[in-house]
Ligand binder design. Structure first.
Ligand SMILES: [Zn+2]
Length: 288
């Protein structure tokens, strides 16, 4: 029976994926001009103001047409120029392919370490930031305030928290998945610092969180409860792998044996757990 239910769940997830349009633009409920642009399984926030548009993450890695579509979607809801493009962090699946934004006149802003990384990549389709900062940068445009804050190492060394204080919204990419397991990548994840990061995010004033991948289920936005759950998950994973590391099980045995069954209903559990364990083996299995 369990197996049958599992198969049914897979079939229905596959059917849903097929029905889903390739891209979608959604206005965030209760806001004047905050939108989510989703393309495939990635998403970015953009904010329409009276004096121009603030866009984030081009999400065009390996698919330059996504950035073109993104700009077309912005044009459907605003005739204002795109003034800014903010990179959430340096990972390519979120910020590659921003050239059409630069060509449209957007000023690109990112954390300074995102620029250092991109300088090494030298991709002509992924322009370097025009401006970087280390800790805080507040944008004010057409009556909208967007705070960009670096709260320390977390999912990478360049992830920002983007906060709209009036709307009580935050846009946080990759560090805090909504209702699902952390992704498979993240080789430059900082486990202990990520816990501190989440605690700092919890102390900020906001009500809804827009993630960089659609929230589960039904593309929902996150709340502080989701942050608490992810923090609990990291702590549980950390403790389990620490014990496995002491028993000499990092890397291979730990990756096979550590289960964290409490979270087995989270989408991504089957595919991604091994990578979570690998990250913590990288921490506890190396004697740190
Ligand atoms: Zn990332």
């Amino acid at each position: 029976m369990k197996l049958l239910l599992f198969i049914l769940a897979i079939v229905s997830a596959a059917a849903q994926a097929q029905q889903r349009p390739l891209y979608q633009t959604t206005k965030v409920e209760g806001t004047d001009g905050v939108y989510i642009f989703r393309y495939g399984n990635h998403q970015a926030m953009f904010v329409v103001t009276k004096a121009g548009v603030i866009a984030t993450d081009p999400i065009a890695y390996g698919r330059p047409e996504a950035a073109v579509t993104y700009i077309e979607e912005i044009k459907k809801v605003s005739d204002q120029p795109i003034k800014y493009l903010i990179y959430s962090h340096h990972h390519y699946d979120h910020i590659a392919g921003g050239k059409p934004f630069k060509d449209a006149g957007a000023r690109i802003i990112a954390h300074k370490r995102a620029k250092e990384r991109l300088e090494q990549v030298k991709d002509p389709f992924t322009p370097l930031p025009d401006e970087t900062f280390e800790k805080n940068r507040t944008l004010k445009l057409g009556g909208t305030v967007l705070e960009l804050t670096y709260l320390g190492l977390n999912h990478s060394d360049s992830n920002l928290v983007m906060r709209l204080p009036k709307e009580k919204l935050v846009f946080i990419v990759d560090t805090i998945p909504v209702g699902s397991m952390p992704g498979r990548g993240m080789i430059d994840f900082y486990p202990l610092e990520a816990e501190q990061f989440m605690q700092r995010v919890l102390k900020m004033d906001w009500q809804r969180l827009i993630p960089g991948h659609p929230g589960q289920p039904a593309d929902r936005l996150g709340t502080k409860k989701d942050v608490e759950e992810q923090l609990a998950f990291l702590r549980d994973a950390s403790e389990e792998v620490k014990a496995a590391a002491r028993a000499g099980k990092c890397w291979d045995a730990a990756e096979k044996e550590v289960k964290l069954e409490k979270y087995q209903n989270w989408p991504g559990y089957q595919n991604n757990l091994q990578f979570v364990v690998r990250r913590y083996c990288g921490l506890w299995g190396r004697g740190t």
